[in-house]
Design a protein around this ligand. Structure first.
Ligand SMILES: Cc1cc2nc3c(=O)[nH]c(=O)nc-3n(C[C@H](O)[C@H](O)[C@H](O)COP(=O)(O)O)c2cc1C
Length: 306
């Protein structure tokens, strides 16, 4: 039995050196963590959502800790595509691991324009579409909970770029398998599952919501069972690569999402309390495979006994 199992995975036409990525919005643009860990040992990085124009984000308070997780309402604070090109691109261009650039628009046309512009920069190995943000034309309802708008956004991006398209689905829907089908029919090469779950928490002394935006996105280990369930439901129905995310904090939780059917996992909230988590997870997955005498990490997504 080989002591060095294969960790390489493919997401559509994209090959990752190992199956551990870091989640959009929890890792900046990579540079922020480069002094803390050797980020070149990651399977790749997914950058913070970028929009056409810079965004200041929501007023504070934007984050609150909740049982086994956190609520956030950052409001897509980011430097915009021009700021990204000026300040973030030079570092990312030198990085020798795959960079998945996450984009978010106010309208379907903005997604397509961002896709074109990002492709022309030559830095992105793939695009991840954050469709959990508000659709300005339709009264602020998230794109990703409306199947028609989801189709419009994804098919618009599909026509605009030859980069692999990874659609990041919102879990705030009753039938995730149906939304997955819509994203696949519109031309997605892969899916990311899951974004945050809409939540709210209240400061009972002040009798006010903790978060200025009132509601926020719940993330962390608290949402892992939802992520596992949604990944499993989609993976058993469609043969499409899935990047699994939601409460991954150690090798055991990463393996759980891989067994549910994900081809790769992404670490989000855990980066805030253990910045070494992603690399510990790479080592831990390797150890698990050796212990289980599995030669290839790709076996895991076919190994669940139900
Ligand atoms: C502070 C924070 C900011 C986030 N910002 C983004 C973002 O800009 N774009 C996006 O697609 N997802 C964003 N997310 C969602 C994460 O990428 C991820 O899907 C989610 O948090 C679930 O993973 P986790 O439980 O490991 O954190 C953010 C999450 C957090 C906690």
């Amino acid at each position: 039995m080989a002591q060095t199992p294969n960790l390489k995975v493919t997401i559509g036409t994209l090959t990752l050196p190992n199956p551990v990525l870091v989640c959009s919005g929890t890792y900046g643009f990579g540079e922020e963590f480069a002094d803390i860990i050797d980020i070149t040992k990651l399977g790749g990085i997914i950058t913070k959502s970028i929009t056409l124009r810079p965004k200041k984000g929501n007023p504070p308070q934007r984050i609150v800790e909740t049982p086994s997780g956190m609520l956030n309402a950052i409001g897509l604070q980011n430097p915009g595509i021009d700021g990204f090109i000026k300040d973030k691109l030079p570092f990312l261009k030198k990085l020798k691991i795959p960079v998945i650039v996450n984009i978010a628009g106010d309208t379907p046309d903005e997604y397509a324009e961002l896709a074109r512009r990002v492709e022309s920069l030559g830095v992105a190995a793939a695009l991840e579409l954050n469709i959990s943000c508000p659709n300005v034309k339709k009264g602020g309802i998230a794109f990703g909970i409306d199947p028609h708008v989801t189709f419009e956004v994804v098919s618009g991006v599909r026509k605009a770029t030859r980069l692999p398209v990874v659609t990041k689905l919102s879990p705030n829907v009753t039938d995730i398998v149906f939304l997955a089908k819509v994203a696949i029919d519109a031309g997605s090469d892969a899916l990311s599952l899951i974004n945050t779950l809409l939540g709210m928490s209240i400061d009972i002394q002040k009798m006010r919501p903790h978060i200025a935006n009132i509601t926020g996105g719940l993330s962390g280990p608290a949402i892992r069972p939802v992520a596992v369930r949604m990944i499993w439901q989609v993976a058993r129905t469609y043969d499409i690569p899935i990047i699994g995310m939601g409460g991954v904090e150690d090798a055991a939780s990463a393996v759980e999402l891989l067994l549910a059917g994900a081809s790769a996992v992404s670490v989000g909230t855990a980066n805030f309390y253990n910045p070494r988590a992603p690399l510990e997870i790479v080592d831990g997955i390797r150890k698990y495979l050796v212990e289980k005498r599995i030669e290839d990490v790709n076996e895991l997504r076919k190994s669940l006994k139900v």
